[in-house]
Write a protein that binds this ligand. Structure first.
Ligand SMILES: O=C(O)CCC(=O)C(=O)O
Length: 464
């Protein structure tokens, strides 16, 4: 039986859409959309595409051939994903060119290779291939990872962290027929994906139906929606109602949080893809982390009594499975909260700006803080927070933090078309010390973060 298709993903001209409308209709409602007209001036759209519309493969081997990348063998499953092989970009391109020159385009069983998760921006920061459209600028994940590592503890998760968690901005490249199995995105983040050349066909399942692609214990999910899916194992699969769409060249798709999706390249395709989260979907991240924590704990419950530090082992396993542990998430939230507060405090202290409180940026920063407070209240329900804290003074005098505040301010200015002077680090350090006086020097657990945020918001409110 074929898939039941219920809806087509809407297509909207991105040039005629305001940021506010995007937030209201898609981001806040967690609905997918395809946006057109946003890639016209991208360097990638010129350099990476030949005159015949196909990928300019030689450009990649000439300029980026030495990069080491992860390539998926689309014909071979390994656990829940496709088998990955590491190779250089040159090697990958050579194999693709061989496919082009073979008579049957790979029908002889040559494996279909799909270059995925290439951290292109991290590797080539000087080569500005594209500008992130305004709709996706409010990206806490990549803003944070540009200044900090997700895992602060150097003893624990180093190897994994360095490469795979350095950022979540990727390039994907694959010949016609390459594909990505059914999945929901890392951290249950949003993603956006722009086709530089080629076309993709997407199948989506909304979060309220995700149980239909899982087994009855919600442990494993369907790998390929076009294989012969076992009715015994996945009894709900045939009831699922799918959304679909074809994404053309130069179109950008917004993938909401927690939507399962499977993707097929209809032609030779290059795409740029970011994962991201912000105030609208941060609750998805915490909810997933909590679920994965209970799962990780459940797996090793039987060795609890013989384990020296059972909780530590649970957190290690959580980080290995989910990409971060509770401490990583908590430190992330604290740094983000303080940075938002510092900017708000700066706005409030600007005596020239008497209307600061109702400005779009102030509203945005307050909304961020409220969402952090909301998640922190949820985090209080888990009793594992001893020594998870961070020293406020050490945090704010750190160079990375000042840069982080600068980057956050630049982002806010870009989002709201605001041309302000850049963040005045020295002036703000004084203000931040003032904050430390008021709120003590350590935030060790969610209770303390909530208290800190209550006090801080009151302080900022009182300035006007
Ligand atoms: O383009 C693909 O093959 C997969 C992209 C994807 O899964 C995503 O953007 O979330």
């Amino acid at each position: 039986m074929g898939l039941k298709i219920g809806e087509k993903v809407e297509k909207v001209n991105g040039k005629e859409l305001s940021y506010g409308d995007f937030v209201e209709k898609y981001l806040a409602r967690n609905q997918p959309v395809i946006l057109t007209g946003l890639t016209e001036d991208w360097r990638a759209c010129k350099d990476w595409v030949s005159d015949d519309g196909k990928p300019n493969l030689r450009f990649f081997s000439t300029h980026f051939g030495g990069s080491r990348v992860q390539v998926a063998d689309c014909g071979t499953r390994e656990f829940t994903d496709q088998k990955r092989i590491e190779m250089s970009v040159s090697e990958f391109i050579d194999r693709w060119l061989k496919l082009w020159s073979s008579d049957n385009g790979g029908a002889d069983g040559t494996s279909l290779l799909y270059l995925k998760d290439w951290h292109f921006v991290k590797e080539y920061p000087e080569y500005v291939a594209y500008r992130t459209p305004i709709f996706f600028l409010d990206d806490w994940l990549n803003l944070y990872l540009d200044k900090y590592h997700m895992h602060d503890n150097p003893d624990s998760y180093q190897e994994r962290d360095e490469v795979s968690c350095s950022d979540y901005r990727f390039v994907y490249m694959g010949a016609k027929g390459t594909w990505t199995p059914l999945h929901a995105d890392v951290f249950r983040s949003y993603s956006w994906s722009a086709n530089i050349c080629g076309r993709k066909h997407w199948y989506f399942l909304s979060p309220d139906q995700h149980h239909l692609v899982h087994d009855r214990y919600m442990k494993s999910s369907v790998y390929d929606i076009f294989e012969d899916v076992s009715k015994m194992k996945y009894p709900g699969f045939e009831k699922a109602i799918w959304w679909e769409c074809t994404q053309e060249q130069n179109e950008i798709i917004f993938v909401p949080s927690g939507w399962y999706h499977q993707v097929h390249n209809l032609e030779d395709t290059i795409s740029i893809n970011h994962n991201w989260f912000n105030a609208y979907n941060i609750s998805w991240v915490w909810d997933l982390l909590l679920r994965e924590y209970h799962e990780a704990k459940g797996y090793i419950e039987d060795i609890k009594d013989i384990c020296d530090d059972f909780e530590c082992l649970c957190q290690r396993n959580l980080a290995a499975n989910a990409g971060m542990d509770f401490r990583d998430f908590f430190i992330f939230m604290i740094r983000f909260a303080i940075a938002n507060l510092v900017l708000l405090y700066q706005l409030a202290s600007d005596i020239k700006n008497i209307n600061w409180s109702s400005s779009e940026i102030a509203r945005h920063l307050r909304f961020n803080l409220k969402s952090i407070q909301c998640i922190t209240l949820k985090m209080k329900s888990v009793a594992v927070w001893e020594n998870h804290g961070i020293n406020l003074m050490e945090t704010i005098v750190d160079r990375s933090f000042v840069e982080f505040c600068n980057a956050l301010e630049r982002t806010c200015n870009m989002m709201y078309n605001h041309c302000e002077k850049s963040f005045n680090a020295s002036q703000n350090l004084v203000q931040q010390e003032h904050l430390v006086d008021l709120f003590g020097s350590r935030i060790c657990n969610p209770d303390e973060l909530v208290t800190f945020l209550d006090g801080a918001l009151e302080l900022v409110g009182n300035i006007s």
